[in-house]
Design a protein around this ligand. Sequence first.
Ligand code: HEM
Length: 517
Amino acid sequence: MASTKSFTREEVAKHNKEGDLWVIIDTKVYDLSKFSRMHPGGLSVLLDEEVAGQDATEIFYSLHRQEVLLKPGYARLQVGVLQGEEPEILPLAPGALSKVPHAEPTWLTRGYYSPYFKDSHRKFQAAMRKFVDEIVYPDGQLREADGKRVSQSVLDAMTAKEIHAMRLGPGKHLKGRVLFDGLVQPEEFDYFHELIITQELARVGVRGYGDGLLAGMVIGLPPVLNFGSEELKARVVPEVFSGKKFISLAISEAFAGSDVAGLKTTAVLTEDKKYWIVNGTKKWITNGHFSDYFTVGCRTEGGFTVILIERGEGVETTPIKTSYSPAAGTAFVSFDNVKVPVGNTLGPVDGGLIVMLANFNHERWVMCCSSSRAQRLVVEECMKWCAQRKVFGKPLVSQAVVRAKLANMITRVESAQNWLEAVTYQMNNMSYKQQSSNLAGQIGFLKKYCTSTAQDTAREAVQIFGGRGITKTGMGRFIEHYHTTVTFDSLLGGAEDVLGDLGVRQAMRKMPSDARL
Ligand code: HEM
């Protein structure tokens, strides 16, 4: 616990030399006498006459993130507070909304309204924010750094609130479950609740870890839920929703991605027609390295079939090094003569395309939710930095070129979110089938928009942060991470050009034959 001793500024000023060195940061008094020799920024900067024994608040915050002082090892350096003065820089309490303009979507900004979000969504958001701040965020920072898997305690905490089940959207799978301690009833749970879950998780701001939070389940389990036999569902779904077993979608190969006709993994029926024998390899499989189940796209005699394969004899996974942390468990998966019961077939034999198409819309919409929210985190970082960073004696934001960059960023993130909310409203009012026929193109365009604007924002954010934007620690650490990992979002679920083309083709199919200029 921090000391509550109080000092006058004059008393602090006496401790101004090597071996007896105090500073004031936002009314708190720190004794850096011993620490100064270990200070990552060096000893000399602390001995400066404007720092040693002085109020170093402004210079401290121009060089360090708030989190530095919250770390127990550094918080211990506090020996007291300034007499009769109150701190001004207060870190946000867990669950609180940011007051930085555009740091929150409009519906969460004081004084604004929304036609979409009701009281139930607001309560749900507040609970989810607190949960993420207290349980997920701290683990995210640690695991992204050490590359280990998401801690089981986090997955268990998510299970207790039924977050895994809710991440598959509204539907029968929620029936009878107590969602977030009863905060929302299964029948009232809609796509806006799901949007909230995805967007709150995206605020953790660490890409590999974000996928480690069972992104494989979000895309790999729906084919089991929608196309698996009752026996298969009864066994697999509870294991996965309880966070005890893991599942991945395994479609992409080194040979082919979106082009399923080019896949080389084969499934051949045994003579007694009781088993599939699967041979082949899959690449870039999110969560694959720790998955127990794989929803696998296979070439079969008359086309393409989706089969659920359990880890066992003949299944090997090797981690792939990607631009983000191994916390995602991204893997190369090989199947060598794997014997799979035919009961594990998902959907019609040779009719796997339907299974995949049914999955795409939701999967891409989830990506839009997380991509647009991650982009907003970058806007918040830039807004704060531009206001606090001084150049040529003035805040960075006094430069017109910097304001122009912020204007572009805000325009992009607000348009992405508003379009996303409009599409989400459509999803709430359409059946799954209607969504495929009416929204596949829209969602394709939206995803293309989210991820291409994300890359523009990443580039401009690095310009604003300068060298800090390419440094893994310190002020620009989120920007560096975002810039390094942002491209990934533009590839998964279909590259931008592929999605744009899909949207135009869907639109052209609906062109009236009598339309003329
Ligand atoms: C409680 C007091 C302080 C603590 C715990 C502290 C801790 C740290 C830490 C952890 C870093 C590494 C930052 C990172 O890359 O993540 C750092 C860097 C630095 N610190 Fe401090 N510091 C303190 C006070 C100060 C003060 C008063 C100054 C005043 C000049 C200062 C100047 C610097 C500089 C110049 C760097 C290098 C920044 C960079 O590489 O961009 N520090 N400090």
